[in-house]
Ligand binder design. Structure first.
Ligand SMILES: C[S@@+](CC[C@H](N)C(=O)[O-])C[C@H]1O[C@@H](n2cnc3c(N)ncnc32)[C@H](O)[C@@H]1O
Length: 265
């Protein structure tokens, strides 16, 4: 997804990502009374609100670089225990005094591949956590469809629209668990688990494939509205070439990620 998408657009395509985030939360974190939770890249705020609904949780702070997302979360996912703020997590000067060392847990779902400087992300989250505080995040690592997001910029039919478009997506190298573990340790974390986790989506209609692809194709803001469907269909047919198909020709959309659970030393 492009980070300046409106919350309304994103929220339509979010359900698979949310299901995945809830699964990771359930697998890795145990809530404790008084938990203070930071949600980096909170987007439309559903996950932050879900966390705030836990009786053990005392407070949730959702951060997002996009004002639109923060406005959406503030108006649609209001919770007494949750607050939402605009911040680029790479910007140390934006980390408030009362956030430093105050969080027992930090989560960041489907966001870290949009952040170019992973080290700054880790350093700033580290600063916000208390000693022993836990960090849980996932990020794309070698998703075949992302090659299409890159290549389509040079497609003869679409390149004239995309001259000003730059894909700002910073995946982790495929399978590089060792590199991530090393970075976590350098940034003052103890690794609890760091593993490759491949999500597979089977989508049974072109419409579902379009809804799935939209958030990954920030290109769309450069494509005239009446041509967007055609653009999506071209992108999907390019992506289909990169994936295995079952007997009915359905693609198993594989999205390899690295999932990290770490603790501040
Ligand atoms: C794909 S959405 C994920 C939203 C939510 N975490 C979820 O799982 O549904 C990624 C979010 O990260 C935000 N984001 C991207 N770069 C960021 C940065 N440097 N600092 C904070 N938020 C960022 C985007 O604006 C977007 O809302």
């Amino acid at each position: 997804m492009n980070s300046d998408s409106s919350g309304g657009g994103y929220t339509k395509a979010r359900s698979m990502q949310h299901r995945d985030a809830l699964l990771l939360l359930g697998q890795h974190l145990a809530w404790r009374d008084g938990d203070a939770v930071l949600d980096v890249g909170c987007g439309t705020g559903e996950i932050a609100r879900h966390i705030a609904d836990r009786k053990e949780v005392a407070t949730v702070v959702g951060l997002d670089i996009s004002k639109d997302m923060v406005n959406f979360a503030t108006s649609k996912n209001t919770a007494e225990k949750a607050s939402y703020h605009v911040l680029d997590i790479q910007d140390e000067s934006g980390i408030r005094e009362d956030w430093r060392g105050k969080f027992t847990k930090a989560v960041s779902f489907h966001t870290v591949h949009w952040i170019p400087n992973k080290e700054r992300f880790l350093a700033n989250v580290h600063m916000c956590l208390e000693k022993g505080g836990e960090l849980l995040f996932n990020l794309f690592a070698g998703v075949p469809a992302i090659k299409v997001a890159r290549d389509i910029k040079h497609h003869p039919k679409w390149r004239e629209y995309l001259t000003d478009y730059a894909l700002q997506l910073y995946e982790w190298p495929k399978g590089d668990v060792a590199g991530m573990s090393h970075l976590l340790e350098e940034c003052g974390f103890e690794v609890v688990t760091c593993e490759v986790h491949t999500l597979t989506f089977k989508l049974d209609s072109l419409e579902k494939e379009k809804a799935f692809s939209r958030p990954l194709l920030g290109h769309l803001q450069y494509i005239p509205e009446e041509k967007q469907d055609d653009f999506l269909e071209d992108a999907i047919s390019m992506a289909r070439e990169l994936y295995q198909k079952d007997e009915e020709g359905r693609v198993a959309w594989e999205m390899p990620q690295i999932v990290v659970h770490a603790r501040k030393l």
